[in-house]
Design a binder for this molecule. Sequence first.
Ligand code: SF4
Length: 327
Amino acid sequence: MAGECPSTCCAGWSIRVDEEALERFDALPESDLKEDILQHIQKKQDGYYFMNRPDGSCMMLDPDGLCRIQRNSREEMLCITCRKFPRLAGRVQQDYWMSMAASCPVTAGYLWTKTVGWYMTDGEISQEIDWTELPYDKERKEWLEWFMDSLRKQSEAAPDSMEESVHFLWNMYQRMYDLMEGCLELLASSPELSYLEGSFDYFEKDYGAAEIISQMMTFQENFRGKLREFTKNYMLYRVYSRCLEFPEESSQKCLFTVAGELFLFYILRFSRYHTIHRDDLPSVVAEINWMYRFCVHSKRRSDQFTSLLKDKFKKLEYLAEIIIRIS
Ligand code: SF4
C-alpha cells in the first residue's frame, strides 16, 4: 500500500534500531541521508531508537506516508523492526510459523470481514490446516476449545429474559467504564500514542441508566453476529501470535491479555458507534489498529494493561464469560 495506506506503522511506538542496522547507517558514505538518519537516532537505557515527533510519528517519516530511508536507499537498509513489519515469525521445533500484526489495516480488515485461515507450506505446496493443528500448548488448546464451544452454544441459546438482559448489560457497561478509566491513565502516560477520535467520549456524557441500557441493547442487536465472528478470529489469531512472540509466557497471562484486548475493542466500538456514529469498515479497522497499538506495540504498556485487567477482572473465566455473552 505504501503511501496509499490509510494508517501508518511508523507512528505510535518507539522503533528500536538493531546493532546491524546501526552499523549499516554508520558505514554509509557521507551524505545528507546519513546525516538525516544519524541525527534522528537516540540512545536510551536499553539501546538505540528512532526519535518521534510530538504527534508520535517517526522522524524519518515524510508527510506523504513514505520513509526517507527507503525512499533514498533500499528496503534492506531498514532496521529489522521496520523490515519485517507487519510479519511476526517464530520457530516451533523444526517448523517456522508466521503471523501478522493487527496494527496493519490489511490484517485488521481481514480479521473483521473474513474467517481466518491457516496454511502449512513447504515452499512449494500449501495446504490449509485446522486451527487445532496450530502450535498451542495443551492448556491453551483446551481453553480455546472451551471458548469456541461456549460461543457456539451462546449463539444457539434462547434469548435472555428482559430482566437478565438488563442485568448483564448494566454489569457490562460498568466493566467497560472501569477498564476505560484505567486505559485513559495508561494513554496519558504514552505520549507517542495519539487519541482515537471518540474512543472513550461516550463515557464522559451524562446519560441516565435507562438510556445506557437502551444504547447497550442497540449496540448488541446491531453487532452481535459480527462481534462473534471477529471474536473467534481474533482469539485464535492473537493467542497464536503471542505463542510465537512470547513462547515462555504462561497460558493464563496470554489468554487474559488477549481477552482484554477484545474487550477494549468492544469499548471502542461501542463508544464510537454512539458518539461519532460510524460503523463503516475503515472506522472499525482504525479501532482494531488503535487497540492493537495500545495493547501490543509497547512491551511496557502491554504489561501494564495486563495488570490492569487482573486488577479489574480478577479471573479469566469472568472476563471470558462477558465476551461470550456480548458476542
Ligand atoms: S525508519 Fe522508516 S520505516 Fe522505520 S518507522 Fe521510521 S519512517 Fe517507518
